[in-house]
Design a protein around this ligand. Structure first.
Ligand code: CDV
Length: 308
């Protein structure tokens, strides 16, 4: 058995005015709880150090730079790295990354149990729009503030398992899981900020949003025989509701733990990485069953082209 006790550290809302130090104090409380429960890995949400700022429009993009981290760790997050090292708990967290060259990414990192950063992922599928959109109930300006990730979907070996990451909207795209599946992934970690309602469709409410969130993660887990840990930032941020629904999914695509609140809440599950073997050697034994001669369109064409 290759068991990793994993904590999915859902976070409640972060208001615009909340300083990073206060947020990190909440993350530390979740870390302590996780360590007491025997976790050796904790997964935090997307952009977990600040409010979900892409809902706020700045005509001058540079005005949004104060939501970004120019280094990691930094003064605000160092207490988390220090305490995680003391406790021997690895973690994964999402933040807005400003590179020394002035590039902007929606980023997630993974540490080992000594709090050394061993993996970095930059969000590939950026939802939303670039300019102010008067037809939406709320703005979603990720395409304005970030550029698409440039690191692909790498995986890392840690704690005797093969681990990968993706971020929020990525969880809806089967290509994401399959590219990691082709590298033998056994655990996909992701964080998300998903508004409770669709800004372009008033009748798509919470129930459907939660269902679609589950659907993508459960399918990705099953079709690649991997664990998936999806962690929300939830609740009401300055009048803007985000859904909860954090889940841990096993390699059969079954939800084994689910958040019940829209607050800081820790889910814990002992995930046996050996459970990935059955699917990977039977129905989803890629080497035996995949037919790449028929998949060319996936990599040669972006949009759908129906017949004339
Ligand atoms: N942060 C996100 O990527 N949110 C999207 C919303 C806009 C649909 C998501 O896929 O959850």
């Amino acid at each position: 058995m290759r068991e990793i006790v994993i904590g999915a550290a859902q976070m409640g809302p972060i208001q615009k005015a909340d300083p990073r130090e206060a947020v990190v104090a909440r993350m530390l409380a979740l870390l302590e709880e996780a360590a007491k429960a025997g976790c050796t890995l904790v997964v935090y949400p997307e952009l977990c150090l600040t409010t979900f700022f892409p809902r706020w429009y700045h005509e001058d993009r540079a005005e949004a730079d104060h939501w970004f981290e120019a280094s990691m760790p930094n003064d605000a997050t160092r207490p988390l790295f220090d305490r995680a090292r003391d406790l021997g708990v690895a973690f994964s967290l999402g933040y807005a990354e400003l590179t020394p060259e002035g590039r902007h990414f929606n980023t997630q990192i993974l540490t080992d149990r000594e709090a050394r950063i061993i993996g970095k992922y930059r969000k590939v599928h950026l939802p939303g729009h670039v300019e102010w959109d008067p037809d939406r109930t709320h703005q979603h300006l990720e395409k304005r503030y970030f550029e698409p990730g440039d690191l692909g979907f790498p995986v890392w070996r840690s704690q005797n398992a093969v681990m990968g990451m993706c971020i929020c909207n990525d969880r809806r795209w089967p290509e994401v899981y399959r590219v990691m599946g082709l590298q033998g992934v056994e655990l996909v970690m992701l964080g998300y900020n998903t508004p409770t309602v669709n800004s372009q469709s008033g009748d798509e409410g919470l129930e459907k949003r939660l269902y679609h969130s589950d659907l993508g993660m459960c399918a990705g887990a099953y079709q690649n025989s991997t664990w998936v840990v999806g962690v929300a930032k939830a609740g009401n941020e300055d009048g803007h509701p985000l859904m909860g629904g954090s889940i841990i999914v096993d390699p059969d695509g079954m939800v084994v733990a689910r958040a019940t609140s829209e607050d800081d809440e820790l889910l814990v599950h002992a995930c046996d990485m050996d459970k990935c073997t059955f699917g990977k050697t039977t129905i989803f034994d890629f080497a035996r069953h995949r037919r790449i001669e028929h998949y060319g369109l996936i990599c040669s064409q972006t949009g759908a082209v129906p017949p004339p």
